[in-house]
Ligand binder design. Sequence first.
Ligand code: ATP
Ligand code: MG
Length: 592
Amino acid sequence: MSKPNSTPLPPATNFIRNIVEADLAAGKHAQRRWAGQPGLAESHAQAPLDPAKIRTRFPPEPNGYLHFGHAKSICLNFGLAKQFGGRCHMRFDDTNPEKEEQEYVDSIVDAVKWLGFDWQDAQENNLYYASNYFPWMLQCAEYLIAAGHAYVDSQSAEEMRANRGTLTEKGKDSPFRNRTVAENQDLFKRMQAGEFADGAHILRAKIDMASPNINLRDPAIYRIRHATHHNTGDKYCVYPMYTFAHPIEDALENITHSICTLEFEDQRPFYDWLLERLAEGGLLQRPLPHQYEFSRLNLTYVVLSKRKLIQLVEEQHVSGWDDPRMPTLVGARRRGYTPEGFKLLMDRVGVSKSDSLIDYSLLEDCMRETMNEMDERRVAVLDPLKLIITNYPEGQFEDCHAPNHPLKPELGERTMPFGRELWIEAEDFQEVPEKGFRRLFPGNMARLRYGYVVTCTGCEKDDNGKITAVLCEYLPDTKSGTPGADSVKVKGNLHWVAVAHAQEAQVRLYDRLFKEASPGAGERDFLEDLNPESCRSITAQLEPSLKDARSEQRFQFERHGYFVADRVDSRPGAPVFNRAVTLKDSWGKSGG
Ligand code: ATP
Ligand code: MG
C-alpha cells in the first residue's frame, strides 16, 4: 500500500518554469498594460498596468475532442499561470472556417474544467474566440501592405510550390513580388469584396525567398476562402493563415509566454518577424510575446492523433468519443480516471525538448496512486460462486463492519450483512489445490474478510460435473473485531457478499484499446493492432451499499481495482460500473 500523499509537492521545475522565473526576476513584463480585454496597442496604452504577472494560453482548434496530449499543454499553461500569479486564457483558435463545431467547443470547455482549471474569476473572464479578432487581423495585414511588407501573389498553387525551393535550394521571387503598394491595396480590397475565386490570389509576407528557413520565404498570410464560418457567417471570404493569426492573437491578448509543441520551432522566426513589424507600426504593444517549444506527450498503447481518433469513432471501433477506452479526456472521465492523476503524470513526465515515448503503465500508476488515496473501499464479487455455510442458521443474518478507507479512519465504516449463503469469487475455491493455493479447498481454513474463519468441507456439482456451490462450516468464535479473531491463524483471506442482499450489476472490465505498444508501427494499419479483448462485460454481485452509488462515484473494489459508476449508463438504484484500473499487486501475484 503506498503512503498517503496529502501534502502535494511543489511542481517539478523545468526549462520553461526557469525562463518564467528569470523573466519575472528581470521585470521583463512588468510594464505591460492591460485594457481588461484583448486589443491593439492603442487600447492597452492608456490602461493600468497588467495585474497578471504572466499570461499564458491554451489555444485548441475546436475541431475535435481533447486527448491526453492536450492535458499536458493544459496542465503546463494553466499550471504556470497559477504558480506565478498569472492568468491562463482559454482561447478557441477558430480562424479556419471549415472544421469547427459547437459540439467541440462545449466538450473542450467541459474537459478543461474537469481537469480543475478555470479562466474566470471575480476580476477576469479570459475565454476568447480568435475569430473575433478578424477585424484586427485585417488591419495588421493592411498595415503590412502599406509598409511594403506584404504583397498579393497571383501565381498558381503549383507555381508557388515550385518557386518555394527546397532545403538545399533557394526559392525564386514571384513575378508579382514587386507590385506597388497601391496595386496590392486594391487587390486585397477586391479579395475581401469577393471578386475572386478561391486560390486566385493570396497575400504573402515579403521577407526573403532565399532564406535558409523555408518558413521565411514569403509565407502566405491571407487566402481567399468562400466558406461560411461558425461565428462570422458569410461576412468574410478571406481568412488568415494559422502562422499569421496565432502570433497576433497572442499579442492582442497580452500573452507573455506562448508555449507550443516542437513542430512550431521553425515558425518562431516568422512569429518574431511578424510581431516586430506590427510593433514597429504601432499596432502591437511591447514587450511582445515570446514563443517557447516543448516536446509533445506520446504514450504507448494509444493513438493521439485527431485524424486517427476520428477514424475510431466514425468507423465505430469504439462507442463514441467518450468510450472509456478512448485516450480522450471525455473517455478518461467516463473510465474513472482522475484529474489529479493527470496532473501527477504531467509532473512526472516533465517538460523538455526531447521526444520521448511514455509507457502507458506510468499513467496507470499515477491514476492508481490518486485513487488509492481518495477512493472508499467496497466489496464486489466479479465471478460469483455460491458458498454455503452449513452450520449457520438459515434465515439468520448479522452485521459485519468494514472500514471505508484503511488509511482514513475518519471516513468511518459500513455494515455488510453476513448469512448462510454468500457469493465468493469462483477462483477462490479449488477442489484439488495447486501448490501454494491458500484459499478454499476441502479441509482448509480461510477467513471471510470482516466475518468469520471457515473450514471448507467440499462442494456440490451439477450433472456435468460443474461446481455449483462450495460448502463450509464457520468457527463461531472467530469474528473479525472480536477477541477471538486471532485465535485461529489462517493464510487465506477472501471477500464475499451475502446472496440475499447482493446488488446484481453490470461491470465492464476494460483493457488497452491496442495490443501493440506502437499501434500501426512500420507498415501496419493502426486498426490491425486493435485489441479485440479491450472490453468485457460481466454480471457481478456487489455489496448492498453500492446500489446507491452516484453517477461518477468511484470505489476501490477490494482485490480487484478501481471502479466508477458509469455516468452514461447508470440508473438510480441500478449503477453500471467501469473498471478504471486494476490494483497494482493482484491478489494472485501476492499469493493470497
Ligand atoms: P492534433 O495534432 O492531434 O490534431 P493539435 O495540436 O492540432 O492536435 P490543437 O487543438 O491545435 O490540436 O492543440 C491545442 C494545444 O494542445 C496546442 O497548443 C498543442 O500544441 C497542444 N497539444 C496537442 N497535442 C499535444 C501533445 N500530444 N502533447 C502536448 N501538447 C499537445
Ligand atoms: Mg493544431
